[in-house]
Design a protein around this ligand. Structure first.
Ligand SMILES: *Cc1c(COP(=O)(O)O)cnc(C)c1O
Length: 384
């Protein structure tokens, strides 16, 4: 099937007992057994739940994987990947990372003996040069949050696997979604999502996902999910499955509106810089074009007036764009990374890579583009 059909039908079947087209919300913790150990494939909902199974099957198909796992949050999914590692193991991550991932690496896992190094993944050589005989995992985010940097997934993966086949490569595919890029097809081992964002798509749940195409790795991840317990509940699984079925039509509009907003901002006399991989002057536009089918709905920018006052005036004056954390829902959101999503990154670290007080991040929704542009226009006007 083509992607646009897989989004709706991938891994799905009608409920065998009633023919229900959508899987029921199996709001149950446990399952009757006819004799000890004799059951219908479900024993206890931490291990598996039919609504979650339906969602996980859909998730696996979307990323061209064989297995998927749905978690209580995106960070619970990141946590599951890190638990594959042992004390002393090293992780190489990008230097522009979702704040919560960075916080988990530095504040939670470092104390258990995992070592993290951060490199600019714009250049695959930086990744290869950071590899040691202890390296066990490469953590790639592309496009990055919030600077929209692009890493060449295929090139990095090939070069890493040349050094050692036992190094796992994982991609946080939250920003692109499988509509735009499918990392498992490019050779990576694990795809991670905050399904809270585009996969769910309606700002009504918090959820994470992992997708893989290797049986042994799937077994290991499922064991950790089961043993650590951070599963997605049946109600959220139902909502995410409903959300994901419109991923393709939502993404098509997100991309169209994102591009229009980026092009509008580039031309605006009050705007200093726009970060959007679809712009021809984006430093990695060519790589973005190669590995993504379009450029998504996330746009960051800085005003020429880099004062906190001007930035805050803009943020306080948008009306269609809601000032809020998160992204990827149908509604447009605006975010101030320094005080909101990326507050956990030390000032020195974020300034080094360009996350300044003047950086504004937009999650461009699927409203009418005229209303979005008009809203940006009046908020920019307010900054004088
Ligand atoms: C939101 C986000 C996460 C964390 O996911 P939660 O669902 O909030 O736990 C991880 N990576 C990226 C890129 C995100 O945007």
């Amino acid at each position: 099937m083509k992607f646009n059909s897989k989004v709706i039908h991938g891994g799905q079947m009608h409920d065998p007992s009633t023919g229900a087209v959508m899987p029921p919300i199996y709001q149950t913790s446990t399952y009757a057994q006819s004799s000890p150990g004799k059951h219908k494939g479900y024993e206890y909902s931490r291990a598996a739940n039919p609504t979650r199974t339906a969602l996980e099957n859909a998730f696996a198909v979307l990323e061209n994987g064989t297995h998927a796992f749905a978690f209580a949050s995106g960070l619970a999914a990141v946590d599951c990947v890190l638990r594959v590692l042992k004390p002393g193991d090293e992780v190489i991550a990008g230097d522009d990372l979702y704040g919560g991932s960075y916080r988990m690496f530095t504040k939670l896992f470092q104390q258990y003996g995992l070592r993290f190094s951060y490199v600019d993944m714009n250049d695959p050589k930086n990744v290869v040069n950071a590899i040691t005989d202890k390296t066990r995992l490469i953590w790639i985010e592309t496009p990055t949050n919030p600077l929209m940097k692009i890493a060449d997934i295929e090139e990095i993966t090939q070069q890493v696997k040349l050094v050692s086949n036992s190094i796992l490569v994982a991609v946080d595919n939250t920003f692109a979604t499988p509509y735009l890029q499918r990392p498992l097809d490019l050779g990576v081992d694990i795809v991670m999502h905050s399904a809270t964002k585009y996969l769910g798509g309606h700002s009504d749940l918090v959820m994470g996902a992992l997708m893989v195409k290797n049986e042994a790795l799937a077994k290991e991840l499922h064991f950790i999910q089961f043993a650590a317990g951070a599963i997605a509940g049946p109600m959220d699984a139902f909502l995410a499955l409903r959300g994901v079925k419109t991923l393709h039509v939502r993404m098509e509009r997100h991309c169209k509106n994102g591009k229009a907003v980026a092009e509008y901002l580039v031309k605006h006399p009050k705007v200093k810089e726009v970060y959007y991989p679809g712009l021809e002057n984006h430093p990695n536009h060519e790589i973005a074009k190669k590995q993504m089918d379009d450029f998504g709905g996330m746009v960051s920018f800085k005003l020429k007036d880099e004062s906190k006052e001007a930035t805050f005036t803009f943020l306080e004056n948008t009306k269609v764009f809601t000032l809020a954390e998160s992204l990827g829902g149908v509604e447009s959101l605006v975010n101030h990374p320094v005080t909101m999503t990326h507050a956990s990154i030390p000032e020195e670290e974020r300034l080094k890579i360009g996350i300044t007080d003047s950086l504004i991040r937009l999650s461009v929704g699927i409203e009418d583009i005229d209303d979005l542009i008009e809203d940006l226009e009046q908020a920019l006007d307010a900054t004088t």
